[in-house]
Design a protein. Structure first.
Length: 199
């Protein structure tokens, strides 16, 4: 073995200043990176304290199980106020949805909405007073609001079904819809003074 190779081998085992720095700094620089990687992979996703994850179905079920409206006289009055505000605002499809099942079975939604759109029943304001509760049935007094309040008032019945108050129109209110066609119903509604159009 020549002298140059022997010196090279001997020199390869020595710790030079550069190797000292590398031996000390490399572990110090890598430690935080390795710790961060380890903690990211081992930390479970955040969730409830009991370790169970809430599912969308469970959340929806909990929401649907709560009653939409209170089964009280005040709840019936508030529901009636909402229904007649929708009626006065021309939201006839929403009103039909708030009708009792018996009325919806007798009068299709398209017929009800079409008749009241032609009739132009919107534009009036109503006030609801004197709710009387008997079991799951409430009777409220409905009258025109403002200066027209003294002209007439009608008792209207609501039934509590499936967690909400639904309007069950009186026999007199149901009568026009027995006419069949939308145009015939409009004529009946006009005869009752429930239309604003004169044509």
């Amino acid at each position: 073995m020549n002298v140059l190779n022997e010196e090279a081998i001997k020199g390869g085992n020595k710790l030079t200043p550069q190797r000292w720095i590398g031996a000390i700094l490399l572990p110090l620089l890598c430690a935080p990176v390795l710790a961060a990687c380890g903690s990211a992979s081992s930390t479970p996703p955040a969730g409830p304290a009991d370790g169970h994850q809430a599912t969308p179905a469970a959340t929806t079920q909990a929401t649907q199980s709560a009653p939409a409206e209170a089964e009280t006289a005040a709840g019936a009055k508030a529901a009636a106020q909402t229904i007649f505000e929708l009626y006065g605002g021309g939201q006839y499809s929403a009103v039909w949805q708030d009708m009792a099942p018996g009325f919806r079975a007798e009068v299709p939604e398209a017929t009800y909405v079409g008749a009241h759109q032609q009739c132009q029943s919107s534009g009036r304001s109503y006030q609801i007073t004197s709710p009387v509760l008997t079991g799951s049935t409430a009777v409220v007094t409905v009258s025109l609001a403002g200066a027209l309040a003294s002209l007439a008032s009608e008792p209207e019945v609501l039934h509590y079904v499936g967690g909400q108050w639904l309007w069950s129109p009186s026999a007199q209110m149901r009568a026009p819809y027995k006419a069949g066609s939308v145009s015939a119903i409009v004529q009946q509604l006009k005869a009752q003074g429930l239309c604003q159009s004169s044509g």
